[in-house]
Design a protein around this ligand. Structure first.
Ligand SMILES: *Cc1c(COP(=O)(O)O)cnc(C)c1O
Length: 377
């Protein structure tokens, strides 16, 4: 990779966001053809994608199944809750950010019973409290759900430890790994995950259009008759894919072509380890540069992951996020508003087809805009 050039290769706006992300030119080019959904070549591509996803989750074929679902990431989260929790089930939801809260909202909407353990957005969940809750509600709690990288802040939750607590009480384990899968090395079996959820347009660097669930086969097979939705029926979607290799309803053909190319490029980069090292470098260059200008992160450094960083608003009357955002956007650099509930923040993502040179371009532009606007962080 030539770090002197922008690595996306096809320079539109650079997206420093939590998704959709900047994608490579070759990923975009993979979409420049039409394929029929019943085309044997397309069916082969879908099969290959599903096999690659199971391997990427560190699972053996047959132990886990990859189910692709039309829609954005949230559709797959809702597919899991609506399909995999029995009528008398109860989900322990561990929350420390907006995406954990969204899981609770999904369960409320579906009228699924929940027990909620909520923590401040800048702290890790309390493992002792989780263990005690699981023990006091043993037999009641059928499922445990948590977000891996809480994209609200960028904190990385201890999914393996929580998984072992869930396993100890035989609860099924659901992990929203939307913004970490493909870039934060982990395996589904070693974290005791039954349902790992992610989407096409995050760290695998595809385009939006579908999400996927990597499900433990045995667990998936026990969900017969539980689905509360036709479109989001995970088991039925899987059965369709198994029967004839096809989606039940119109598949996002172009997004799948792009995703297959994105998986090839992920492998060429050295898999999740290789990608992690590029993203980590992006993160490091970003925070060093931001700190040098006086910006402060919302999270304590020891909790901060390298996927996305929340920065506190500068305490200066000349600071104005909308203006700041627009001036960067005019320079083809896109950052993201904050989502933290108890502090004013903005976010900068380190993921997607961006590299050190892109981060340096962003830092230089931030300094320019800072001087133009006249604020001091
Ligand atoms: C991006 C993201 C989602 C899904 O968002 P969509 O807008 O539905 O794609 C869910 N959880 C986390 C942690 C995310 O980062």
């Amino acid at each position: 990779m030539n770090e002197k050039q922008p690595i996306s290769g096809w320079k539109d706006k650079a997206l420093f966001t939590p998704g959709p992300l900047t994608t490579s030119r070759t990923v975009k080019q993979a979409m420049l053809r039409d394929v029929g959904s019943r085309d044997f070549e397309f069916i082969g591509i879908v099969r290959e994608i599903r096999e690659r996803l199971v391997a990427l989750a560190g699972a053996r074929p047959g132990d886990y199944e990859a189910v692709l679902m039309q829609g954005s990431g949230t559709f797959a989260v809702e597919a899991v809750f609506s399909s995999a929790v029995p009528p008398d089930g109860r989900v322990l939801i561990i929350i420390n950010g907006a995406y954990g809260q969204r899981m609770e909202k999904i369960c409320k909407t579906l009228k699924i019973e929940t027990t909620v353990l909520e923590y401040p957005e800048n702290t890790l969940p309390d493992l002792k409290e989780i263990e005690a809750t699981l023990k006091s509600e043993v037999g009641l709690i059928t499922h445990v759900a948590v977000v891996h990288c809480e994209t609200t802040t960028g904190i990385i939750n201890p999914i393996q430890k929580i998984g072992s607590l869930a396993k100890a009480v035989s609860a099924r384990y659901i992990v929203d790994a939307m913004s970490s899968f493909g870039a934060v090395p982990m395996t589904a079996p070693s974290a005791y995950i039954d349902y790992l959820i992610s989407s096409s347009n995050k760290c695998i660097e595809g385009v939006p259009g579908f999400a996927f669930v990597i499900a433990r086969r045995e667990t998936l097979l026990e969900t017969e008759g539980w689905a509360r939705s036709l479109c989001l029926d995970l088991l039925d979607q899987w059965k369709g894919l198994e029967k004839n290799g096809q989606f039940r309803f119109t598949p996002p053909t172009h997004a799948l072509l792009a995703f297959q190319q994105a998986l090839v490029e992920l492998e060429a980069e050295g898999g999740p380890e290789g990608r992690a090292s590029r993203y980590y470098k992006n993160y490091k260059v970003l925070v060093d540069g931001m700190r040098a200008m006086g910006f402060k992160e919302y999270l304590p450094a020891e909790l901060q992951g390298y996927i996305i960083t929340s920065f506190l608003y500068p305490d200066d009357p000349k600071w104005d996020f909308e203006k700041f955002y627009r001036r960067l956007n005019d320079r083809d650099l896109v950052i993201y508003p904050g989502k933290v509930s108890n502090a004013d923040c903005f976010r900068i993502g380190n993921i997607g087809r961006i590299g050190e040179s892109d981060v340096k371009t962003l830092l230089a532009a931030i300094r320019e805009v800072m001087n133009e606007m006249g604020f001091h962080p």
